[in-house]
Design a protein around this ligand. Structure first.
Ligand SMILES: [Zn+2]
Length: 113
């Protein structure tokens, strides 16, 4: 499962970081997930629980925020949000687009104690 590998990667980065700050527990992880990243929030929650079991993040809350899709139009220069179901330039209708947001995912913040 894609999400399990991502959850493990997040914890592999987050736990040493929390420990470096003297944390005993991770209370909350805020994750941002692009709508085109292929990461499904529901599975992410499940996989986070599995990956966090037995670690200092075991009881952490995972908060997920979606990142909308944004494009840069190569034809008219439009830059901004677009409907992810209909990825066309809303200004000129072109499909010559560069995706500027929506594919990424990252840890936005950690709350520890
Ligand atoms: Zn355009």
């Amino acid at each position: 499962m894609h999400e399990l590998a991502i959850a493990e990667g997040i914890l592999d980065a987050a736990i040493p970081e929390a420990q470096r700050h003297g944390a005993k527990r991770v209370l909350e992880v805020r994750l941002k997930i692009g709508e085109l990243s292929g990461v499904l929030p529901y599975y992410m929650q499940e996989c986070f629980r599995i990956a966090a079991a037995g670690t200092i993040a075991e009881s952490a809350q995972l908060k997920i925020e979606r990142i909308g899709v944004e494009i840069l139009c190569r034809d008219c220069g439009y830059e901004g949000p677009v409907d992810r179901k209909k990825i066309r330039c809303p200004n000129c209708g072109s499909a010559e687009l560069k995706l500027t947001r929506g594919r990424e995912y990252y840890v936005d913040s950690l709350e520890v104690e």
